[in-house]
Design a protein around this ligand. Structure first.
Ligand code: ATP
Ligand code: MG
Ligand code: MG
Ligand code: MG
Length: 565
């Protein structure tokens, strides 16, 4: 057994805070900041302090071990990327405002990688020439950059965040199916080892393109995804995917344009009615085309709106474009949108730009401008209903008919069968068995590493603080010196004994800090075991406490050490 390290709180760079940060809405954000794991550097940009770094490294290690176990090879590609490959696939433009674009001193266009399909495709094109070299799976654990419209909830949604992304390359469709299945199993092992409660949900591929795609969702109140969960069978799906399953889009369910009434007062409810969906339906990423180009109506999402196009298209008398100023100081006007659970997206209440009862056009454009009084059918062509979500609590499960439950969850991982979309764009061929070129088929697979830390905090914390599962905890035991010099000496001695046996120790040896404060901090920090060297116990006796259950026991030092090794 290797000697482990003793981390002394007297020297630790981690100041615990009594109060929640003012801007924090969700539990993991509050606790990770209060317990001294992370500090905010800018909106959606976070610094990881020593305790946070330990947890993050543990998550990384588990991810790495499971990726290596399926034969994936680790690489590290740059985050600063040239524009050209993203032009080749169209994503330089398609990615919209979420993409961080920048120029170098010579005026050349660059971006900060939000995901790396293009660059991995080029790497393989450069390195691999024959089918004999395939299949190959490459991965990296690297910071990604996305200029999220609403960076919120701490590290749960960052603008710079750590992701494990991997990419598989095969010549045959069956090969891709195998690579995908291997990833699916690796992800199951990763999330199980992390101690996360999760579901695998069918998803729509969205902006990534391609065919089959599944999301790994961790049920939590703080989650931004709504998913349908069958209490009877193992069916679980992203609400978008269920709406497809429940109501296939064959055109027949869509009312003809002329049948869409023009409501007097356009509201989300009347818009819903005009589209023939229940008033309580979640209008999410409802696709609408203006001049053949997709814009979005409903909630602010990832999709782009080209405002010039929208403006030019609308009847100017009817539709007002509203800007942030219109709503400054009018927070009373601000609401989310109506969903199956009533008002959803409550965080949107903090966005002082959208009035309740307004149908608005929105996108992640810089001005974040919205359009007021928009009427479907009158002001724009409504011709794509594919993403209107109409799933409601109690709708029958497509598998077994049992009433579905709708729950909130955090997307912690996502796997895609991309197929040949990227290989086509970048002309990625290898020499086939018959001597002719074969187009390669790809998969891409992501785990939100920093997000997994927050998701775990969400699922495991209690009213006293964080409460980590053993494998990711920043230490195995938190030793508290609760008394005078004699107790500190005992605490340090026990710590050394434990460390010698390979136990990772955090010891609170701070002078001039009361035992009460130390106990509160220990519970906030959330290491699985708390060992107290206090004045109330007999000499050579310590108290061992289970952080989760709160159960405590007094033991002679040797026995406590034995218990922890
Ligand atoms: P979301 O729906 O939450 O915006 P996404 O679908 O855009 O996520 P993917 O492109 O599928 O994300 O990226 C793979 C994984 O990276 C996600 O499953 C998630 O765990 C993580 N991730 C994505 N965006 C962020 C972010 N802004 N902050 C932290 N983790 C993120
Ligand atoms: Mg996203
Ligand atoms: Mg998503
Ligand atoms: Mg995703």
């Amino acid at each position: 057994m290797n000697m482990a390290q003793v981390q002394r709180m007297s020297r630790l760079m981690a100041k615990t805070l009594r109060d929640d940060p003012a801007d924090a809405e969700v539990l993991s954000h509050k606790l990770l900041v209060r317990a001294g794991y992370v500090r905010r550097t800018a909106a959606g940009v976070w610094s990881w302090l020593p305790l946070g770094m330990k947890v993050l490294s543990n998550v990384e290690r588990i991810v790495r071990e499971e990726m290596d176990a399926i034969g994936a090879q680790e690489v590290l590609l740059p985050a600063l990327l040239p524009r050209e490959p993203y032009d080749a696939t169209g994503r330089w433009d398609e990615y919209g405002q979420e993409l961080f674009r920048l120029k170098d001193r010579k005026g050349g266009d660059y971006l900060l990688g939000p995901t790396h399909e293009e660059i991995f495709t080029l790497l393989v094109k450069d390195q691999v020439s024959s089918y004999k070299d395939l299949p190959v799976t490459l991965y990296q654990i690297q910071n990604k950059f996305r200029d999220e419209a609403r960076p919120r909830a701490g590290v749960l949604r960052g603008r710079e965040f750590l992701m494990k992304d991997s990419y598989s390359f095969d010549t045959e469709d069956e090969g891709l199916a195998r690579s995908y299945a291997l990833h699916r199993e690796a992800y199951q092992r990763i999330f199980t080892r992390l101690g996360l409660d999760y579901r695998i949900c069918a998803a729509t591929a969205g902006a990534m393109g391609g065919s089959k795609s599944e999301e790994f969702l961790a049920p939590a109140e703080a989650g931004e995804d709504t998913f349908a969960d069958c209490p009877h069978c193992d069916f679980a799906a992203n609400t978008e995917a269920v709406s497809h399953a429940l109501k296939p889009v064959d055109g027949s369910a869509v009312p003809a344009l002329e049948e869409i009434p023009t409501p007097d007062t356009p509201t989300i409810e009347t818009l819903a009615a005009s589209l023939g969906v229940p008033a309580s339906a979640t209008l999410k990423n409802l696709l609408v085309k203006v001049d053949g180009e997709i814009v979005a109506v409903g909630v602010p999402g990832d999709r782009e709106v080209d405002l010039d196009k929208v403006e030019a298209h609308f009847a100017p008398a009817a539709v007002e474009l509203v800007t942030a100023e219109d709503f400054t100081g009018r927070e009373d006007l601000v609401r989310g949108y109506v969903g199956p659970q009533g008002l959803e997206k409550v965080t949107y209440i903090a966005d002082p730009r959208v009035a309740p009862g307004t149908a608005w056009i929105t996108g992640a454009n810089k001005e974040h401008t919205h359009a007021r009084n928009v009427v479907a059918g009158r002001d724009f062509e409504v011709d794509a209903y594919v993403d209107v979500v109409v799933v409601q609590e109690g709708d029958p499960c497509p598998n077994c008919g049992t009433g579905l439950k709708l729950d909130r969850a955090i997307e912690i991982g996502h796997i895609f069968q991309l197929g040949r979309k990227y290989a086509d764009a970048m002309k990625l061929d290898v020499l086939g068995q018959n001597g002719k070129p074969v187009r390669v088929t790809m998969g891409s697979y992501g785990v939100g590493v920093t997000r997994a830390v927050a998701a775990l905090a969400e699922q495991t914390a209690d009213d006293k603080g964080l409460c980590w599962p053993a494998e990711v905890a920043p230490a195995d035991v938190h030793v508290v010196a609760a008394g005078k010099a004699a107790q500190t000496e005992l605490a340090l001695e026990v710590s050394e004994q434990l460390a010698a046996k390979g136990v990772r120790v955090l010891v609170d040896d701070r002078a001039g800090v009361s035992p009460g404060v130390k106990f509160t901090d220990a519970e906030l920090i959330g290491v699985p075991w708390i060992l107290v060297a206090g004045r109330r116990t007999a000499e050579g006796v310590v108290e061992l406490k289970d952080r989760r259950t709160g159960e405590r026991e007094e033991l002679p030092v040797a026995e406590a050490v034995a218990r922890l090794t």
